[in-house]
Structures are given as structure tokens and as C-alpha cells.
Design a protein around this ligand. Structure first.
Ligand SMILES: Cc1cc2nc3c(=O)[nH]c(=O)nc-3n(C[C@H](O)[C@H](O)[C@H](O)COP(=O)(O)OP(=O)(O)OC[C@H]3O[C@@H](n4cnc5c(N)ncnc54)[C@H](O)[C@@H]3O)c2cc1C
Length: 340
């Protein structure tokens, strides 16, 4: 008897649980339908925009991740702009949809961030490399500069400026990064101690603001916008064009790498080198774990005469510190190269 009554109790309990569960499911359905229709409304509203370029909704795999490969955050859509006005139109449209659309926007340069900075989960990614460059324009004179699209790769700028004996003054180590991508960070390399990071070497920018306005800015014109966008982590506007300061490109360089096993000596030497007025043109330091093949991989860093010396360098698997220094030379200075 007891068993039967306990069973009845359980059955009744189960029935009430099922009733509550069904109620919950049914109450969720209208919400889900709203969400879906919202989603498809947004999609079709984006699709109906009159653009020079186009928007894709399906092929979003590449824009879901970056170089770091730590996050998979698919966007709702990717804008492939063919004009600055495309970027402005989409931003204005998203602003018009209001905050309930929950759409975020991220510009994507070459996608070489490590922490998902160029991703917009269920938002709109703007593929800056689609923006036509209209050429890399070089202006010579007392203060030479190059005028480029925000989606241009630094490697292309170097190739073009070198044809005129010029080059940007400050670099990143790796050059397959976009102008917009590094100018929203800083752009740091071995010339930064002398010329500042890349963001210190910009004359003018064209920006599409968060309201979709297209604005030109510089130290003198809209300086607040200029100083916010440079190093602003992509949060203050989208860089569509930049004027970057140039200097004479060296004809030759002497490139030296020095290995240390003692951190204090390494950092003392590095500080000494960057404090010298007439020293090297490039100074960078990095840390390396000394795997057994480290020195043979670095054979190119040592002159053939130094290879015996280098092979004698033993650090027993310890952490190594490397100073990388470069001195620039003109053709006339070729004879003095080996005096460095
Ligand atoms: C192999 C490698 C080497 C590197 N070496 C260096 C180095 O030596 N020095 C250094 O400083 N950094 C270095 N970096 C870091 C690199 O500078 C940053 O990750 C940079 O942001 C990548 O540029 P990107 O074009 O791929 O930008 P993305 O990764 O596409 O975007 C980076 C950020 O910029 C924003 N953004 C992109 N384009 C625009 C635009 N036009 N307007 C506004 N915002 C925009 C994005 O929304 C995002 O927030 C290196 C990275 C890698 C992978």
C-alpha cells in the first residue's frame, strides 16, 4: 500500500513538473519567434542597403577568428566596402536600428590580433582590405609623406616608398599588417626609441566616426579625434586613410645580434645603447629559450668568421636574451661599415 501511495505521489509530482515544464517551454516560444524575426529583420535590413560593395552573411568562417586562434566568434555579417561611404552607410544604419539590435561593429585589418580584437560576435565585421586603395601616393619635399588607405599592408608601402629612396620612419617587425591595424595599437619596433612608435609618425587621418560621419583630423584639425583614434584600440572610429611621415631609406645596414645569458648585463647594455645620441638606428631586445638548435637556426645572424665562436656559446638550456642592433649607412659611408 505504501508503495502504491508513494508511486501515486511520484506520478502526481511528475505531472505537475511536466505541466510547469510545458508552460515554461510554451512561454519561451513567442520570445524565440521574436528573436528569430528580429534577427532576420536585421539581416534583410542590412541586405537592402544601397552599397558600392556588398555584405555577406554565410561565408563568415575566417572573420570568426584571428591570428591568436583562441576565440571562435562568428559575426552576423561581413561588409566588404568598395567606398568610404559604404562604411558610413552601414554605421548609420546600425545606429538607426538602436541599441536593442545588439549589433556591434569591428574593423578587421589583416586579422593578426591575438585576443579577438577584430571580431564582432553576431555583429558586423568590416573587411578593411576590401576598401580600394586608390594607389599609394608619395609626396616628396622637406617633409615627405605617403598617403594610403587604412586597409593597406605595410609591406606594400615599403616596396612603393623604396622606389623613391624613402621609407616610413618607424616599423613593426612583421610587415603583413595593415595601417589601420597597427595605428589603433601603437606599432612598435627597434626604431621606436628614436622616432617614436608608428602612431607618432602620422600627419593626418580620415575617420568614419561612431555616428557614421566622415572626418579628417590631424594635430591641428579635430585633434581630440586624432589623438583618440591613434592607439585607441579601434574604439574611436575607423581609419580609412592615413598620411604617414617618411624619411630617407638607408642604402645599406649593418645588422648585429648579441646573445646574453645574464639579464642585468643585457638590460644595462640596451639602456646604454638607447641613451646614446649618435648610436645605432635600431635597437631591440628579446628573450629566447635556448633549445639545442637555437644557434644553428641563427646561423644567418653571425658572419662566417664568427661561426666557431658562436658554436662555443653554451648556456645549458637556460633562457637567453638577445640584443638586435642595426646601423644605417649611405653609399658614401660603405668603407666605415666595419668600424661599427
Ligand atoms: C607575427 C606578428 C608579429 C607582430 N609584430 C609586431 C611588432 O613588431 N610590433 C607591434 O607593434 N605589433 C606587432 N604585432 C601585433 C600587431 O601589430 C597587431 O596585432 C595589429 O593590430 C595587427 O594588425 P592587423 O592589420 O592584423 O589588425 P587586426 O588584427 O585586423 O585589427 C586589430 C585592431 O585594430 C582595429 N582595426 C583594424 N583596422 C582598423 C581601421 N582601419 N580603423 C580602425 N580600427 C581598425 C580592429 O578592430 C582591432 O581592434 C605582431 C603580430 C603578429 C601576428
Amino acid at each position: 500500500m505504501r508503495l502504491t501511495s508513494s508511486l501515486r505521489f511520484h506520478r502526481q509530482n511528475n505531472k505537475s513538473f511536466l505541466r510547469i515544464f510545458m508552460l515554461l517551454v510554451l512561454s519561451c516560444i513567442p520570445g524565440r519567434t521574436n528573436l528569430c524575426s528580429n534577427h532576420s529583420d536585421i539581416r534583410s535590413s542590412l541586405d537592402s542597403l544601397d552599397l558600392d560593395g556588398y555584405i555577406t552573411f554565410d561565408d563568415v568562417h575566417n572573420a570568426s577568428k584571428d591570428f591568436g586562434n583562441r576565440y571562435q566568434l562568428p559575426p552576423l555579417a561581413i561588409l566588404h566596402p568598395r567606398s568610404v561611404s559604404d562604411i558610413s552607410t552601414v554605421i548609420r544604419h546600425i545606429l538607426h536600428l538602436g541599441s536593442t539590435s545588439n549589433l556591434t561593429i569591428a574593423a578587421r585589418g589583416h586579422g593578426h590580433s591575438l585576443q579577438g580584437q577584430a571580431l564582432a560576435h553576431q555583429g558586423v565585421v568590416i573587411n578593411m582590405e576590401s576598401l580600394p586603395s586608390h594607389g599609394i601616393k608619395i609626396y616628396k619635399g622637406t617633409q615627405p609623406y605617403v598617403d594610403v588607405s587604412g586597409g593597406e599592408l605595410w609591406i606594400n608601402i615599403l616596396r612603393e616608398t623604396l622606389k623613391h629612396g624613402l621609407s616610413p620612419k618607424s616599423w613593426t617587425d612583421y610587415l603583413h599588417l595593415t595601417v589601420g591595424g597597427t595605428l589603433t595599437n601603437a606599432g612598435i619596433s627597434g626604431q621606436a626609441f628614436k622616432n617614436g612608435p608608428q602612431i607618432n609618425n602620422v600627419y593626418q587621418l580620415d575617420i568614419v566616426t561612431g555616428k557614421g560621419e566622415v572626418m579628417t583630423c590631424s594635430e591641428k584639425l579635430n585633434p581630440e579625434l586624432f589623438n583618440s583614434v591613434l592607439g585607441g584600440l579601434g574604439q574611436f572610429g575607423i581609419i580609412t586613410r592615413a598620411q604617414i611621415s617618411l624619411g630617407p631609406a638607408p642604402h645599406m645596414v649593418k645588422w648585429i645580434r648579441v646573445l646574453y645569458s645574464d639579464f642585468s648585463r643585457f638590460s644595462r647594455d640596451q639602456e646604454h645603447l638607447i641613451s646614446k645620441k649618435k648610436g645605432f638606428d635600431y635597437v631591440e631586445g628579446f628573450v629566447a629559450i635556448n633549445r639545442t638548435d637555437l644557434l644553428s637556426n641563427w646561423r644567418s645572424s653571425f658572419s662566417p668568421n664568427d661561426s666557431t665562436k658562436a658554436s662555443q656559446f653554451k648556456s645549458d638550456g637556460k633562457t637567453l636574451y638577445c640584443l638586435e642592433v642595426v646601423k644605417y649607412f649611405n653609399k658614401e659611408e660603405a668603407n666605415s661599415m666595419n668600424q661599427v
